[in-house]
Design a protein around this ligand. Sequence first.
Ligand code: IPM
Ligand code: MN
Length: 359
Amino acid sequence: MRTYKIAAMGGDGTGPEVLREGIKVLHVLQEKAGFKCEYTNYDFGGDRYIATGEVLPDSAIEELKKFDAIYLGAIGHPDVKPGILEKGILLRTRFELDQYINLRPVKLYPGVWTPIKDKGPKEIDFVVVRENSAGIYTGCGGTIKKDTPHEVAIQEMVYTRFEVDRCLKYAFEYTKKRNKNNTLTLCGKTNVLTYVFDLWERAFHEMGRKEYPEIKREYAHVDATTMWMVKNPEWFDVIVTGNMFGDIITDLGAMVQGGMGVAAGGNINPEGTSMFEPIGGSAPKYTGKNVINPIACISAGQMMLEHLGEDKAAQMLDKAISDFLGSGTLPGLGVSDIIKAEMSTTKIGDAIAQRVQDM
Ligand code: IPM
Ligand code: MN
């Protein structure tokens, strides 16, 4: 039997609750589709940090590399200074495991409300390929004369040709495989960031011209991209962009697709261990209340299956999520909607698991 070793990292706040539902659904699915996932639990997160002072030990990095995938709940604790856990766990894993792609689909499921007027599932269906290993996120920079009126702070946007090329390669291949409009849009800022995005733009056209002549190439500045995402989301098929811009436009993307309750992403190392997560945070104030929407985490599980090559199971799960959302059981995706519908984190997980079971 095809067996996958999965590191399960619930993390902080409501992370463990949503992860539990994701694993519950995958469990039903594996019986149906004939594969097996073996989970190893890790308790990295705020509570462990507060108790032991340990964020993510070096030995854990080496261990994580041995898994077929990592399934993550959420990172972020109200009693820990911002940045410690995000940098120490999330970004460190992305960097050390060289997960250089952050894949974030923006897909409106039927029955889900979008704030974009007159647009539906047909118009809102694109994917953002965010570079995930470099850019402003490297920590390159520093500060001098701190706490004086002359304090200097520098944080550099760093890209090498190698980093740009490998990201573009993934984006072109993904666009080809997706085979929707065969259009790849580079999102940059060539009018101001004239070094970094000049590099991106040259590399983009060079690779496209030589290796992917069948893929249509478009370019949009990042500010214009946010405008088009709202005004004409149907113009996009696949967007490729740098780390910082990708971070920003995918939060907008999450809102366009109905909210954090459904937004999922994959941190991908095509040659190594990848990590799948709901994009939303740990929502600490709802911890243990059984009211947070687990669909984003279940969707992350769907992306994980696709990544592992379990295409049939991934399609089944996509259909189960789509049918559940289309059924009108939930009036919306937020906490108040879940309470109003007398649903809960576990009930939503059960409902989707049941749909898989009935397939
Ligand atoms: C994300 C998050 C992270 C990022 C934070 C928590 C470091 O916003 O996954 O988009 O900026 O990448
Ligand atoms: Mn973000």
